[in-house]
Every structure is written in C-alpha cells, then in structure tokens.
Design a protein around this ligand. Structure first.
Ligand SMILES: Cc1ncc(COP(=O)(O)O)c(C=O)c1O
Length: 427
C-alpha cells in the first residue's frame, strides 16, 4: 500500500497528470482510492498533505485560517452535490436524503435510529432546549464561552418558561472544569448544556467525565458538538451523553446546511418533538383523536420532517468517504501538530501575548485562541484581513476580544509561518 501511495504522489507531482485533472474525475480521485485507507501517514509528509490540499478548490489568493466558522469542501463533495442535483431534476424522483442517517451513525458510533437530520447545529440545540421537560426554577449549567447558537435557545426558554441559566468561566484544565461544574450543581439543576469544544478558544472539555458526573447526579447531559465531528475521532456511545447537536459544514468539510442531532434511545420519549410533519409520525387521521407524542416515529427521525435537499446529504456521504480515506487518526496527528506548533511559537512571544487555549494535551484541538497585548482582537482581524490577506476570526463572545486561528487538513506550516510573521510584526 505504501508503495502505491508513493507512486501515486510521484505521478501527480511529476506533472504527468495534474491534480486538477485528477480531481475533476471524482471516481478516479486520490481521495477515493489511496489517501491512506487508514494507513499511517506521517504528519510531516508535506508531499502527501499538499496533495490533500489540491483536492480543495479553496482560493490560494488568501490564507484561510477560519475553519471553525466554515469548513471548505473538497472537489469530491462538490461534484457529488452537483451530480445529485442534476439527477434529481432530471428524473424528478422524490426523497433520498435518508442515505445520510446510517453513514452519520457509523461515523460517530451510534445507532441509525438515534440520528435526526438537521440543517445546522442551532436547529438541533433548539430541539433539545425546547423539548426537555423543564419548569420554572429548573437550572441549566452552561459556560460564559457559548456561541449564540447554544446561548440563545436556552436563554429563550428562560424568557418563556423561567428556567435559570448558571454559567461558569472555563478554567484551563479538564480537572478544574469538572470541579467547576460539580460546584454549580444544586438540587434544582436539571441539565448540563455546554459545548464539547468551545467556539471561542477551541477548548476541548472532558465530555465523558462530564457526562458521568451529570448522570451520577441525575441530570440530562447535552453537548453542543459544533466542533466535534471531523476534529475528534468521535465515539458518542463511549461519551454516553444524552444529546449531541452538530453540523457537517465545519470540520467534516461537508455541504453547507447539513447537520445532525444525536438523541440517545432512552431520551426519545423524554425530549418532546414540538415541530413535526411528514416523516415524523407513524399514522394519523383527521378523524382520530389528538396523537400522543409517543405516537411519533419511534426513532430520532421524529425530530425531522418534510422535504429536504437530498443532494446535500449525498454530498455529505462523499465528505465522510473523504475523511475515511485519509483516516481520522492521520488528520488528528497532522492538525494537532500544526495547532501545537502555532501555540508553541506564540508562547515564545512571552508577555506580548496572552494564550487563551489550554496547553494541556487533552484540552486542545485544532483551534488556538490568544490575545495580543499591543492590539485588540477586532483591530487585529481588520488589519490581517484587509492588509495581509488572511481570513481569521475575532472572538467577541464572552467579551473576550481575542483572536481565533483554526486550521484543518488543507492548511500547512508555510501558511502558519506567514501568519506568525505578521503576529511578530505587530507584537
Ligand atoms: C460552538 C458552536 N455552537 C453553535 C454554532 C452554530 O452553528 P450553526 O450555524 O451550524 O447553527 C457554532 C458556529 O460556529 C459554534 O461554534
């Protein structure tokens, strides 16, 4: 296998066949065949990662360091969506979006019946925030680092139904955060509803331990998993949380407007489906009495309904294949290496910066958050985007006014070094 991979790379780089020609034929593409099939790839094999980069149409005119907002898709995904769109409108067949459910279930190691298809993270969060049986005075534990997508549904429920939000300021280590959560639990606490990985500084919370703590205290555990799939080798069965809402348009590099909500089997009749329609019921009649909510589809399909864009979910299958072909373990080694390098180089600037992302191995992923002493985050973003041609994200959440750099499998060390040069110049 190793030999064939080398040969392939030689072919590409030798100019016999350009990478563009290669990727314009998805069935023949690098992603479909060789990209490792879970063979170990060195995180420093620049040639290999360059070929991965060539699978993306992402503009080379600008250095994109903002995967945390949106993950660009590779050509195979775009081709799959385009072809499916054409087929749908050629044959005018209805349906087809369910193909994604078993693929997603396998990707995160849960049952197909526990997957609800959504269009983004926020949609899944709203299902849970409104569906759980909560009453006035019930407490929900969150963080001060929430994205609007997790904050607002719960705050809205607080507005409407009088639940109480209690937020903690994340500490730097997994153990400290477990203690912070434990300290917030009272006899009124009903839910832990925190991010798996924060949008602000990319802090990875110890999801399994937090779930265990929550369950020991009889709480529902919901994770905002916007940044989980595609950044972690996610095993939701192992984490054991009750709900996990996420999207496929960030780290999975899938089509924009695709997502899913995991609902653990025994939560189906606890979390009420409030928006229902075609596909979420199993039999009704306008002359029968009002249905019991337990009468809805006996799977997580009860939370999604009606017409969907099948082409996007077919494209999602191609995105999952793409990640499988490279291998999540290879992606993690490469990307954690890059973000670790960035973090270490920034730390060398000493008191000119404030590193916000934990250095603890288990608490960091592909995202680095920091502040520059000499320039506010919003000003820095404006400067690098207008004068230096980078795309980064300023973080206003939690009044942090900091800088977030998020890099994925298509980035490389050269881009990070260029970014570091700018930081050093400003610092
Ligand atoms: C942690 C977190 N939660 C929720 C969201 C909202 O995601 P979406 O726009 O897919 O609903 C984001 C988006 O960046 C996020 O980072």
């Amino acid at each position: 296998m190793k030999e064939s991979r080398r040969e392939f790379i030689k072919t590409v780089t030798g100019g016999i066949i350009g990478s563009w020609a290669l990727i314009s034929i998805p069935e023949e593409s690098f992603a479909r065949y060789i990209i490792s099939n879970n063979e170990d790839i060195s995180p420093d094999d620049e040639l290999f990662w360059q070929v991965v980069r060539d699978q993306f149409p992402l503009s080379k005119e600008r250095i994109y360091l903002n995967n945390g907002t949106m993950g660009p898709s590779p050509y195979v995904v775009l081709e799959a969506v385009k072809n499916a769109m054409t087929n749908i409108d050629t044959f005018a067949d209805y349906g087809g979006w369910d193909v994604a459910r078993p693929r997603l279930a396998k990707f995160v190691n849960v049952e197909e019946s526990e997957i609800s298809l959504t269009h983004n993270v926020t949609e899944g969060i709203n299902v849970v925030a409104w569906g759980l049986p909560l009453k006035r005075g019930d407490e929900v534990i969150m963080t001060t680092h929430e994205h609007a997508g997790n904050a607002l549904p719960w705050l809205n429920r607080a507005r409407k139904d009088g639940i109480v939000i209690k937020a903690f300021n994340p500490a730097k280590s997994a153990d400290e955060n477990l203690n912070l959560i434990n300290d917030l639990i009272t006899s009124k606490t009903r839910v832990i509803a925190i991010p798996h990985i924060t949008c602000t500084i990319g802090q990875v919370f110890p999801a399994k331990e937090i779930t265990q703590l929550g369950h020991d205290k009889g709480l529902f555990v919901f994770l905002d998993g916007a940044h989980g799939p595609g950044m972690l080798d996610l095993d939701l069965k192992d984490i054991d949380c009750d709900f996990y809402a996420t999207c496929c348009h960030k780290w999975m590099c899938g089509p924009k407007g695709t997502g899913f909500l995991y609902v653990k089997k025994d939560m189906l009749d606890v979390c009420e489906a409030l928006f229902v329609g075609g596909g979420s019921d199993f039999g009704w009649d306008m002359t029968t009495k009002i249905p019991e909510f337990k009468g809805f589809t006996p799977t997580a399909h009860r939370y999604d309904y009606a017409t969907q864009n099948a082409a996007l979910y077919i494209g999602l299958g191609a995105a999952i294949d793409f990640l499988y072909h490279i291998g999540m373990k290879n992606i993690i080694k490469r990307c954690k290496g890059m973000s670790g390098y960035l973090q270490n180089e920034l730390l060398k600037l000493g008191d000119k910066i404030e590193m916000l992302t934990p250095t603890e191995e288990q608490s960091r992923g592909f995202v680095t958050g920091f502040r520059l002493k000499s320039m506010a985050g919003d000003k820095f973003q404006e400067f690098v985007q207008t004068k230096k041609n980078f795309r980064i994200r300023y973080v206003g959440e939690g009044h942090l006014n900091s800088i977030r750099i998020s890099t994925h499998l298509y980035n490389n060390y050269e881009e990070i070094n260029k970014f570091l040069d700018v930081v050093r110049e400003i610092a």
